[in-house]
Design a protein around this ligand. Structure first.
Ligand SMILES: [Fe+2]
Length: 137
């Protein structure tokens, strides 16, 4: 499990280093990153998955210190959401949940300590790659 987390974290910071998480970075501003296209997809930059935004871009709801991440994607043995993470602006992983094809929905909930204002929600589909939504608390 730790290897998967490290892979995701290194994928997020590769190329652009921690600048990727800087609030003024290109990624934070919804633009292309220094990463090559084809690694991270967003609703603003869905790349080859432009027809897949609704079912893959993580949807976030915030209620005080409670963050719920939903990926509106079906779950089956062959095609499912593998994982959610909640990541701080500095790259610290605040929460993570791994799903299985037998799970009915890809929904995760995390309690967030005070002091965070911007966060990233990630969702990984076994067929349609790695998606990120940046949001404010
Ligand atoms: Fe998918």
């Amino acid at each position: 499990m730790k290897n998967r987390r490290n892979f995701l974290k290194s994928a997020l910071v590769a190329g652009g280093g921690m600048a990727l998480f800087n609030k003024n970075s290109a990624f934070a501003m919804g633009q292309n990153t220094s990463l090559p296209k084809g690694i991270i997809y967003t609703s603003e930059n869905p790349g080859k998955w432009a027809q897949k935004i609704a079912g893959h871009s993580p949807v976030v709801t915030v209620d005080k210190n409670s963050v719920t991440i939903t990926t509106r994607h079906s779950m089956s043995q062959k095609h499912y959401i593998v994982r959610h993470t909640l990541v701080a602006i500095d790259g610290t992983v605040l929460g993570e949940k791994t799903f299985y094809p037998s799970d009915k929905k890809a929904i995760s909930n995390f309690k967030v300590a005070e002091g965070h204002s911007m966060l990233y929600a990630t969702s990984f589909c076994n067929k349609h790659d790695f998606w990120v939504t940046k949001f404010k608390l």
